[in-house]
Design a protein around this ligand. Structure first.
Ligand code: WQD
Length: 337
């Protein structure tokens, strides 16, 4: 019996594969390497000492997917594969809708055909859009404000309709807040192509001397120090949340949604100061204009995941900064773009 991990060579997918293998699961990984590297799969094996099956497949390749289901006894799917850059989604929305939504439709059709009806879906807090109050609970109104977020919202609704049409499905939607950090080994981590969109990889590249300074997008937000507040969660805590969700879908039918965050909001300056304290590195910065689409505050109330999945985040912002820097240092010249 195997767990199929789509996008398993990606940032969150690879960390989840490590936790799955360490827990004794057999896994099959599919990835098209558009936003990841084959080398990651070798590093997952090196970290865990475990072998696993891999197929280079795009989730839109129905025949290729069918072959995976024919050749392996898949009992559940953890579905990460998808495009995830907010800014890019504004520029090329059709590619995002086609890849993220049609790709999930193809996957679900093949799952249905082979009677595999257990899925953990990688969703995002971006489905909440601009919220009026925090912390955010799962029953907040949903209001994605960009094509990427809308693909996540549409897939959530599609999966709800799928369950209504066939109560044999067992689905958990995980809404991630801001995943950062890396595995303690420093062998896998976030490896953005080109200029990082997200805060932490930009900070680590400044620390590594690949960028001369951090640009802080606005300090006039309604927060304790004026800079944007987010719920940063260690990617290993996030990965462990997937194993708890997997346990749930293996024993209950239905569809449910959980916020996966720490419940603590940190500002950009909080992150910069913590990173400097933990690493001893100086992070020069300038304050620039706000970034279009950014919100003042966004952090989770994750008590539902604790009560129903028995999951809560354990790692601190210090851990996240330490592990992010360890990953960057170990991959200064080779692996990282
Ligand atoms: C965090 C804070 C920025 C970069 C995004 C996606 C979301 C999810 C997580 C997929 C904000 C500030 C950032 C920089 C800065 N991804 N910042 N300078 O925007 O909260 O969420 O990633 O699901 O969908 O929207 O994360 O890391 O881009 O920004 O000042 O160079 O850091 O303004 O306040 P964000 P982020």
């Amino acid at each position: 019996m195997s767990i199929l991990v789509t996008g398993g060579a990606g940032y969150i997918g690879s960390h989840t594969c490590v936790e799955l293998l360490n827990k004794g699961y057999d896994i099959v990984v599919i990835d098209n390497f558009l936003n990841s590297k084959c080398e990651v799969l070798k590093r997952i094996e090196d970290i865990t000492g475990k072998k696993f099956k891999f197929c280079k497949i795009d989730i839109l390749d129905k025949e290729g997917l069918e072959k995976v289901f024919l050749e392996n006894y898949i009992e559940a799917v953890i579905h990460f594969a998808g495009f995830k850059a907010v800014g890019e989604s504004v520029k090329i929305p059709l590619k995002y809708y086609y890849n993220n939504i049609t790709g999930t439709i193809v996957l679900c059709e093949v799952m249905q055909k082979y009677s595999v009806k257990n899925m953990v879906f990688s969703s995002s807090a971006t489905v909440y859009g601009k919220v009026k109050i925090v912390p955010i609970t799962e029953d907040f109104p949903l209001n994605a404000t960009n094509p990427y977020g809308r693909t996540k919202l549409i897939v959530e609704e599609m999966l709800r309709d799928l369950y209504i049409s066939d109560n044999d499905w067992s689905i958990v939607l995980l809404r991630y807040f801001n995943p950062i950090g890396a595995h303690e080994s420093g062998m896998i981590g976030e490896d953005p192509k080109g200029i990082p969109n997200n805060l932490m990889p930009y900070i680590t590249q400044v620390a590594a001397g690949k960028r001369d300074k951090l640009y802080i997008f606005g300090n006039d937000y309604d927060t304790h120090d004026g800079t944007g507040v987010r719920d940063y969660i260690h990617v290993v805590d996030l990965a462990k949340g997937h194993l708890k969700a997997l346990e749930k879908i293996m024993v209950t039918k239905g569809i449910d949604v959980y916020n996966i965050g720490t419940g603590i909001g940190y500002s950009v300056l909080d992150v910069v100061k913590t990173f400097e304290k933990v690493t001893g590195k100086n992070i020069p910065y300038v304050i620039t204009d706000r970034r279009l689409g950014d919100v003042d505050k966004c952090y989770a109330d994750s008590t539902k995941a604790y009560k129903e999945l028995g999951w809560k985040a354990e790692k601190s912002l210090e851990d996240m900064c330490k592990d992010s820097w360890n990953w960057q240092k170990n991959n200064l010249d080779g692996f990282v773009h």
